[in-house]
Write a protein that binds this ligand. Structure first.
Ligand SMILES: *Cc1c(COP(=O)(O)O)cnc(C)c1O
Length: 411
């Protein structure tokens, strides 16, 4: 008799987004005239930069000619793309990362999940609370956790609260952990980590032989010159950190799919016999076996991000979303709502007014303003009393939604 991976049964049924959809659909059915504006999504809305589209068209033409046709590419990605990334994103910022330490993939969601393939099942694992749910669920699937309690917390994971009290940057754990997930700029809180904060984490990891998984999917949204874009800007990080980057939010690639993971060759972890093993070798083996590379056409589109026009277009795209974030911050503040984030990240993390629960505020916004956001409690217990508003939308929708909120919530 075939059996299943029982760990899947421990997963909480995808609660957050289905529940949002259920409430929005029920409201829309009862009020068919309501013009609902969705500011809950973590997906981009604006079209792909022209430089990327032109590169794709050219690549398609190459694929139509026997002389330039491409079959399987390198599993790790084409070297011309890896070189551009190494130079622009790392060496240009003083980080000593080389092209062969960069692995091109079709997404950071997959990479942050797949990375567990190369780690043992006896690691103590820390996540922040609130958290990007992928980090938790992939550990559940891999059998690295116990079952969930009634707050949705899984046994065996160390939850590090990020709240207004610690400026939305997790305090170092009091116990010893082996794997640490950090995401800065943060989804969902929009918070950033200073050099001093990341230095404390790198020092903790080095002292404890831990590995940091650093998700920098939103680094392009950083506007403050003092905030590090890469964990490798911190001395010693090459000995204790893997970094995940994606073109999804940076260049509007959520539907196009291209990302990369940096595994420095200096990074090691322990084998069962106590010897040190290079993680680069294991990840290279894992990718070569289970992955067959990203489409040539898409890698050419990603390469175009680094051209002069590409850079200009991507900067304009990000400025557009960050102007939305500024409008959201200003208007919510005017409505008497305390806001965090939204300065170096496309998410504004609002404190629910009048001590409302996250879901009660969700219902009020939906019913009074016909605006949809994301309840903070859906990202973890410490997100209760907060609410995420995404800057990924048209200017028209953002302005209309904020107008409705200031009209309904001004104290
Ligand atoms: C959107 C996002 C990503 C990117 O995922 P892709 O699979 O590359 O689209 C990664 N991490 C976080 C926290 C995100 O919000």
């Amino acid at each position: 008799m075939a059996t299943i991976n029982d760990n899947y049964l421990k997963l909480k049924a995808g609660y957050l987004f289905p529940e949002i959809a259920r409430r929005v659909n029920a409201f829309a059915e009862a009020h068919p005239e309501a013009k609902i504006i969705r500011l809950g999504i973590g997906d981009v809305t604006e079209p792909l930069p022209a430089a990327c589209r032109a590169a794709m068209v050219e690549a398609v033409t190459e694929m139509g000619d026997r002389a330039t046709f491409k079959g399987y590419g390198p599993e790790q990605g084409y070297n011309w793309l890896r070189e551009k990334i190494a130079q622009h994103d790392f060496q240009g910022r003083g980080c000593d990362i080389t092209a062969d330490e960069i692995f091109i993939s079709d997404g950071s969601k997959c990479d942050t999940g797949n990375i567990l393939d190369i780690f043992g099942d006896d690691n103590a694992i820390a996540v922040t609370d609130p958290v990007y749910p992928v980090y938790v669920d992939t550990n559940v699937m891999a059998g690295n956790t116990g079952v969930a309690n009634d707050k949705g917390e899984f046994g065996g994971l160390v939850y590090l609260p990020i709240t207004a009290d610690n400026n939305f940057t997790a305090s170092l754990p009091s116990q010893k952990v082996d794997l640490i997930y950090l995401c800065f700029p943060n989804n969902p809180t929009g918070a950033v980590a200073t050099k001093a904060h990341l230095t404390a984490w790198v020092e903790y990891a080095q002292a404890n032989g831990a590995i940091i998984f650093f998700d920098a999917a939103y680094e392009a949204f950083i506007t403050d010159a003092e905030i590090p874009h890469s964990i490798y800007e911190i001395p010693g990080a090459k000995n204790c950190a893997i970094e995940f980057r994606s073109f999804s939010k940076t260049a509007g690639f959520t539907g196009t799919r291209c990302a990369f993971t940096v595994v420095p060759k200096t990074l090691t972890a322990k084998a069962a016999d106590g010897s040190d093993v290079e993680l680069w070798k294991l990840w290279n083996r894992r990718q070569s076996t289970k992955f067959n590379g990203v489409s040539y056409i898409i890698q050419r589109a990603a390469e175009a991000v680094y051209s002069a026009e590409g850079q200009e277009q991507v900067k304009a795209l990000i400025s557009f979303y960050m102007e939305n974030a500024k409008i959201i911050r200003e208007q919510l503040t005017a409505a008497g709502i305390a806001v965090y984030g939204g300065i170096n990240a496309p998410y504004v993390w609002a404190k629910t007014p009048n001590s409302l629960s996250s879901w009660d505020f969700f219902d009020q916004l939906l019913h009074k303003c016909n605006v949809v956001g994301t309840p903070g409690s859906g990202f973890g217990a410490a997100g209760e009393g907060y609410f995420r508003i995404s800057a990924f939308n048209s200017r028209e929708n953002v302005e209309a939604a904020m107008k409705r909120i200031t009209e309904k919530f001004t104290a």
